[in-house]
Design a binder for this molecule. Structure first.
Ligand code: SF4
Ligand code: SF4
Length: 173
């Protein structure tokens, strides 16, 4: 018996006039798990608008580093056992209680932090969105709630992505 044909990727308007091509299962649900913090145990790429915004709430010389000409929030050794990676490190802004100090105290975080656990690629001028491979392995928030990702894409994909020369998320520290 032949398999049913796979559904074609769906175009979704995320912000007025700003669309993406969705390449993940529309039934996918997500809710971030407070105790997890896996995605905050790394350095974070800062797009130029994020770098400028960060200057308003942190010391860039303390909190960021440059790798191959690109700016990242640096990760650092943490003097604790929780909310750290296997190397004992985590993002500069990850507090002892597992909260992001930028998000908790400034109500803001870099675009890359909003996008996780999704992944962004650009094909023929369109932004394509899928689930990041490492997230499938490590993110505890997938498939644990009723909150469909496709209905809340504006929370994952800040408008700044459409202003960038290269919004692709393949670059890592
Ligand atoms: S900036 Fe905040 S949300 Fe982003 S990785 Fe660091 S602690 Fe996590
Ligand atoms: S890996 Fe997933 S569940 Fe864990 S903190 Fe990041 S987004 Fe939340």
């Amino acid at each position: 018996m032949s398999q049913p044909a796979a559904e074609p990727p769906q175009r979704v308007e995320v912000h007025p006039g700003k669309e993406v091509v969705v390449e993940f299962d529309p039934a996918l649900t997500f809710e971030c798990i407070d105790e997890c913090t896996w995605c905050c145990q790394h350095g974070v790429l800062l797009y130029e608008p994020d770098f400028l915004e960060l200057a308003n709430c942190a010391s860039l010389s303390e909190a960021t580093t440059q790798v191959r000409g690109q700016d990242f929030v640096r990760k650092e050794d943490k003097d604790r056992d929780e909310h750290v990676g296997e190397d004992g490190q985590a993002c500069f802004f990850l507090r002892d209680d597992g909260l992001c100090s930028l998000h908790a105290e400034e109500d803001w975080k870099p675009a890359r932090c909003s996008v996780f656990p999704l992944s962004v690629a650009v094909e023929d001028g369109d932004i394509h969105v899928s689930v990041r491979e490492k997230a499938r392995e490590h993110c505890e928030g997938l498939h644990v709630s009723e909150r469909r990702v496709i209905d809340h894409l504006d929370a994952f994909l800040p408008e700044v992505l459409w202003e960038l020369d290269d919004p692709a998320t393949r670059r890592e520290l």
